[in-house]
Write a protein that binds this ligand. Structure first.
Ligand SMILES: CC(C)(COP(=O)(O)OP(=O)(O)OC[C@H]1O[C@@H](n2cnc3c(N)ncnc32)[C@H](O)[C@@H]1OP(=O)(O)O)[C@@H](O)C(=O)NCCC(=O)NCCS
Length: 405
């Protein structure tokens, strides 16, 4: 039997999408519960849509199709992502879902294209998402950005000089952490600003432990969030570091030294580090436990994690905001947004960036996805990159989108 065609929606600048209304809540909640099994129930989702969950309520949701039979939906989150110390208005594309009856006919792609237009029209300069499959979003101009090295280690293997006594368990993390994060986030390359509702969800997560790290003068200078998990068959406990934010190198060393001191409590610790942190240098033998030789006498160490994708939405505004060396140029190809195409030159005289009208444009154009990756990773010569006023602790300069949505 031929499956029913997706309901036809009037085409507009928002493509197949229309803003969700309160009436759409039950169907949208059911759609997401079906599309993301094993996560929250339809009832939980409906309640969060109604009164605003960690990512807001129904106001930032869009749907395709009529209320009686929704074909798809997504969220267009208004995020602020800090890049090279600058706050960038960013579209977070989240909860992309197409109903089983409407899949593999182009609706998912069309909804995402429409979301990009919605974001650009409201002033977002960058888009970010966590892909279910990278090539699906690469077609829409997204590029993978950032890299984390996941270490699973015996805490006793950490050899770090640091003052572990600076780390204290926080009975009430709400008093310390949100405000500390507000201060630290501009120095986190990829740090996402958080609302109170987001903090409630993060800090209120079942089993979440929170520790503060004091600086020299006794003020809070960093924090560590994580959960303890029981390992199977009497193998003890494992601590998973969810977030380690440190205002300076001493605070980070204090946290690592403190993890080392937990060796009698926790059999292992899982920690994700930026490649630039060179965490292997803090380990007597940086080998992944339980693995043998991987290649002759080489051994397995950290596992590489990849996650988010980013996309330049508004080339002129974003390049101007991030700045760089006057005269630096990049030639962009962007099939979705002709406004982004061409050779862009950093020019402080002309609002920060201008498009060079000379034709044909010199140089081989970079696909927008490749340019997006390189821009946020600081690999586009002359653009972005460490600047005055952006001073993360050594090794923490790498891009890391801190929040999953
Ligand atoms: C992921 C999801 C949103 C995709 O929705 P969709 O409407 O099927 O997406 P599209 O139709 O645009 O694209 C899916 C594929 O169908 C192909 N396709 C599109 N129209 C087609 C057509 N007329 N005939 C044949 N194939 C077609 C696309 O090219 C794409 O191919 P690919 O596998 O090579 O990438 C949907 O499967 C879903 O809801 N999954 C569960 C939730 C989820 O994982 N969401 C993603 C969160 S990041």
């Amino acid at each position: 039997m031929t499956p029913p065609a997706p309901s036809s929606a009037p085409e507009s600048s928002s493509g197949p999408l229309r803003p969700a209304t309160r009436d759409d809540i039950p169907a949208l909640a059911r759609l997401w519960a079906l599309a993301f099994p094993g996560e929250r129930s339809a009832e939980d989702r409906a309640a969060a849509l109604e009164d605003g969950g960690p990512w807001g309520g129904w106001e930032n949701c869009w749907v395709a199709g009529p209320t009686e039979r929704i074909d798809g939906g997504l969220r267009t989150l208004p995020l602020t992502v800090h890049l090279f110390g600058r706050p960038v208005p960013t579209l977070g594309v989240a909860a992309v879902a197409v109903a089983p009856h409407a899949r593999r006919r182009g609706l998912g792609g069309a909804m995402c294209r429409a979301a990009l237009r919605i974001g650009r029209a409201r002033g977002d300069e960058l888009a970010a998402l966590h892909p279910f499959r990278a090539d699906f979003y690469a077609r829409l101009g997204f590029g993978l950005a950032g890299e984390l090295h996941r270490y699973r280690l015996a805490p006793g293997a950490l050899c770090v000089e640091g003052d572990a006594s600076r780390v204290e368990h926080l009975a009430d993390p709400f008093v310390v952490i949100p405000e500390l994060h507000r201060v630290l986030v501009p120095g986190i390359h990829g740090g996402v600003s958080r609302s109170d509702r987001r903090w409630e969800a993060l800090l209120g997560r079942r089993g979440q432990l929170a520790f503060g790290i004091r600086g020299d003068g006794g003020d809070w200078l960093g924090y560590l969030l994580g959960t303890v998990q029981k390992r199977g068959r009497g193998r003890g406990f494992e601590f998973h570091v969810a977030e380690l934010a440190a205002g300076d190198a001493a605070a980070r060393s204090a946290a690592l030294a403190w993890l080392g001191e937990q060796r009698d409590a926790w059999a292992s610790v899982v920690v994700d580090a930026l490649p630039g942190e060179r965490l292997h240098e803090a380990l007597a033998h940086p080998s992944l436990p339980g693995t043998g030789k991987a290649r002759e006498l080489w051994f397995q160490s950290a596992t590489i994690l990849r996650g988010p994708m980013v996309r330049i939405l508004h080339a002129r505004a974003l390049l101007a905001r991030l700045g760089g060396d006057a005269g630096a140029s990049v030639t962009l190809d962007d099939p979705e947004f002709p406004e982004n195409r061409g050779r862009w030159v950093l020019d402080p005289e002309e609002g920060g960036a201008r498009r060079d009208p000379s034709t044909p444009t010199p140089g081989v154009p970079l696909p927008v996805g490749v340019a997006s990756t390189r821009l946020v990773e600081g690999q586009l010569p002359g653009f972005g990159g460490p600047r005055e006023g952006f001073d993360p602790p050594p090794g923490r300069e790498g891009f890391h989108l801190t929040d999953a949505f």
